[in-house]
Ligand binder design. Structure first.
Ligand code: ATP
Ligand code: MG
Length: 378
């Protein structure tokens, strides 16, 4: 995937900018608070249909302006030439177009401009609670698999409805609750099966990259789900094994229903759903120990980067082309050796965008851009 042109209007601190990036490497430099991360955010918005910093659409609109507009021309091996645009105004819903035709559903927009992004807060990916790791999985899987994206939206909808039902406590309509139980179990089984498969695929990729990055550490991953544990941690078939995948999903469904029924009383007391993939985790281990408990600051940073680069490789394996790689402030706190290692690991693979407040960084190839008060200066 190559982004050849980007037009941004009223996006964060940009009034109107036109950007024609280098097809390989773009080093985006500038002092603090000039708009480096905002530029990555605008690219990423077109890929994720949301901000990678978790900002709502209104926050993305330039202050005092009524709307923002972002438009990209990209070249994809699989989809040919792509023209994608997104607009959001303070009053109306967002509007998306693909090759100048309006898109009806948001899920159709996700993943068109496929991006892997490393944001400064991703350093917490290993150490923080499971929420960030679930988001890491959801974001990449939604871009890779439209069916997963739909399933996740559906699951979140069911979860909200079911929680509202549980909040009624003793007054709850048991028939209605059991209808939600069945829907939750079905969606949960699909999500759990797919996540467990993706983590199993990511683990060897991450292990290999992590050795290259650190020189010696062994890193591995596994998907932790209370229901899979109850099932005695069954073998996870690869996604190519369609029958095995269906069988696992059916078994998951049975176990989910049993588990949900088992915790009904506690759920009604607390008013929330206690079983489901919204409570699962992806365990990251370094040298066979959970990294969450023991990793040093440097190990956390390297492991987080490894996870992103593994995501990039998995996307390449599944789609036959690399997504865009957006690395926001990835070099801070890293010594020269690690910086060069990162550049070596991505060279010749994905079109890469790296922001850095330090403009003296040596650039082996590609283009250096200077950002100055919401303007892109070459
Ligand atoms: P750093 O090196 O500190 O990471 P940066 O160049 O990445 O800096 P950005 O995060 O891109 O900086 O933000 C640049 C500026 O954009 C900030 O000063 C911020 O106040 C401004 N900004 C954020 N949202 C908006 C908005 N909606 N309208 C106008 N300006 C905004
Ligand atoms: Mg920044």
């Amino acid at each position: 995937m190559i982004l050849s042109e980007l037009k941004i209007e009223n996006f964060r601190n940009y009034a109107l900018e036109h950007f024609e990036p280098d097809p390989e490497l773009n080093l985006i430099c500038g002092l603090n608070a000039q708009g480096k991360s905002n530029l990555l955010e605008s690219i990423c918005y077109l890929g994720l249909a949301s901000s990678f910093r978790g900002a709502g659409d209104n926050e993305l609109i330039r202050w005092e302006q009524p709307y923002f507009y972002v438009e990209a021309e990209a070249e994809s091996k699989n989809h040919g030439k792509l023209h994608i645009s997104a607009a959001a105004s303070r009053k109306r819903q967002k509007r998306w177009t693909l090759n100048h035709q309006p898109l009806k559903r948001l899920s159709e927009a996700v993943g068109l401009l496929h991006c892997v992004v490393f944001a400064p807060e991703d350093v917490l990916l290993v150490k923080a609670g499971p929420d960030l790791r679930r988001r890491y999985l959801n974001r990449q899987m939604s871009q890779l698999d439209r069916e997963y994206c739909r399933l996740l939206m559906r699951y979140n909808h069911i979860l909200r409805q079911r929680n509202a039902c549980l909040k009624q406590g003793d007054q709850v309509d048991m028939e209605q609750l059991s209808a939600w139980d069945a829907q939750l179990a079905a969606a949960a089984s699909g999500i759990t099966r797919r996540r467990a498969q993706v983590v199993q695929q990511l683990s060897p990729l991450a292990a290999e990259l992590h050795v290259e990055l650190t020189g010696r550490e062994h890193l591995d991953l596994y998907y932790e789900s209370s229901v899979l544990a109850r099932m005695g941690r069954p073998e996870i078939p690869p996604p190519s094994d369609v029958q095995g995948s269906e069988k696992l999903e059916k078994e998951l469904n049975v176990f989910y229903l049993t588990e949900i029924t088992r915790v009904h009383r506690a759920e009604l007391q607390r008013g929330i759903s206690l079983v489901g993939p919204h409570r699962d985790d992806m365990v990251v281990r370094i040298n066979r120990r959970p990294a969450r408990d023991s990793a040093s600051q440097g190990q956390q940073r390297s492991a987080a980067l490894t996870l992103k680069l593994a995501e990039l490789e998995l996307a390449q394996q599944q789609c036959g082309e690399y997504p865009l790689l957006l690395l926001d402030d990835v070099f801070s706190e890293l010594d020269r050796r690690r910086r060069n290692q990162i550049l070596n690991l991505v060279r010749g693979k994905a079109q890469t965008f790296i922001t850095a407040a330090d403009d003296r960084l040596p650039l082996p190839s590609g283009q250096r851009w200077l950002i100055d008060q919401g303007r892109i200066v070459r």
